[in-house]
Design a protein around this ligand. Structure first.
Ligand SMILES: [Zn+2]
Ligand SMILES: [Zn+2]
Length: 87
């Protein structure tokens, strides 16, 4: 999924996040921004549709008829694209 760092504003993909086991909780994974290294401010979801940079306010399972378009099972999208693909 596409993300934007809440601290430095970097746009990144979730697989670019730095991750490390939390030294205080063996079941937890800490995820940090590769640029500013923050782990506490978090990330905003960005619409998964190619080229769209709107914040994703909605998410839904990919409908069967759009399965060929999207590799993922779940989409985070902005309101505009939610209307387009949800049905
Ligand atoms: Zn950052
Ligand atoms: Zn969008």
């Amino acid at each position: 999924m596409k993300l934007q760092c809440k601290l430095c504003g970097k746009n990144l993909h979730s697989n670019e996040m730095l991750s490390a086991p939390n030294p205080f909780d063996a079941d937890d994974i800490l995820q940090a921004c590769p640029d500013c290294k923050q782990i506490t401010d978090g990330f905003d979801h960005i619409c998964d549709i190619d080229g769209c940079k709107n914040f994703a306010g909605c998410g839904f399972p990919v409908p069967k008829k759009y399965k060929s378009l999207f590799p993922q099972d779940y989409l985070y999208t902005c309101h505009k694209h939610w209307k387009q693909y949800e049905k």
